[in-house]
Ligand binder design. Structure first.
Ligand SMILES: [Fe+2]
Ligand SMILES: [Fe+2]
Length: 255
């Protein structure tokens, strides 16, 4: 994929994470997304879609997305699990036309290019040399096994894609680089290098995540896949647009 100059973009991918839509927030996101169909071909949402994971919040978000005019693909974030109604949040959004991913993928034909998006919420566990281990108490083992399971789901979904371009969409971070700015002590709760390993083994042109509100914008996996933290407080705008084309080279932001 090239990150082509904006004028030669084959596919324009808009992305934002952490919109945290509350039940009384109707109208706010809608205004921010006005005109997005002129700027991008698809919108990816990198989790923390709602404030507390309530179905009524998902209804408000669905209303905000109703007129965007381009496909919307999303993963859940930890906030969307907070009231144990994540399945209802997913249902509400799917019913309203949003493609929700967790360990699976979608293929979109955009401007004659086949774009595959594979997604997972992902989970924590830490990074090289400082990772949580699958040992000891059942709660500790469950933590690590859950993180492994979600990373494996992403890998399988990515590996199953036979498309011109592949994007890995996550909420938790696959690399530590994009957490720069967050206290080091909590990095293990903000992401896991299991996600980066999954991305590198299965291959992707671009990896996107949110969750780290005080993190940094850019990083790269050990295998050379560009990583972008699109958490809304990090990008500082309603969404970021990435220009992708099928000739491989690192993705670049369009603006
Ligand atoms: Fe968030
Ligand atoms: Fe989060």
């Amino acid at each position: 994929m090239t990150a082509a100059e904006p004028a030669t973009c084959e596919v324009r991918v808009a992305a934002v994470g952490d919109v945290h839509v509350a039940a009384d927030a109707a109208g706010r996101l809608r205004v921010e997304l006005e005109g997005i169909a002129e700027q991008a071909d698809v919108l990816l949402l990198a989790g923390d879609l709602t404030h507390r994971g309530r179905p009524e919040e998902a209804e408000v978000l669905a209303g905000e997305l109703a007129d965007v005019g381009i496909p919307v693909v999303a993963v859940l974030g930890n906030h969307d699990y907070h009231t144990d109604q994540q399945h209802l949040v997913t249902e509400v959004l799917e019913r309203r036309g949003v493609t929700m991913l967790e360990g699976d993928a979608v293929v979109l034909e955009l401007n004659g290019v086949r774009l595959g998006v594979a997604g997972t919420k992902g989970f924590g566990g830490g990074f090289a040399g400082r990772t949580a281990s699958d040992f000891g108490e059942p709660e500790q083992r469950a933590f690590v096994q859950y993180s492994k399971r979600l990373a494996a789901g992403l890998e399988q979904a990515l590996a199953g894609l036979d498309t011109d371009l592949k994007v890995a969409l996550m909420h938790f971070s696959p690399v530590q680089e994009t957490l720069t700015g967050e206290p080091r002590e909590i990095h293990a709760f903000l992401g896991s290098d299991l996600l980066a390993e999954a991305v590198d083994r299965a291959g992707a042109d671009l990896a996107l995540h949110g969750h780290a509100h005080r993190g940094s914008r850019t990083g790269i996996t050990a295998g050379g896949v560009p990583v972008r933290n699109v958490a809304k407080p990090v990008i500082g705008c309603p969404y970021e647009v990435f220009c992708l084309s099928a000739e491989r080279s690192p993705a670049r932001s369009a603006g």
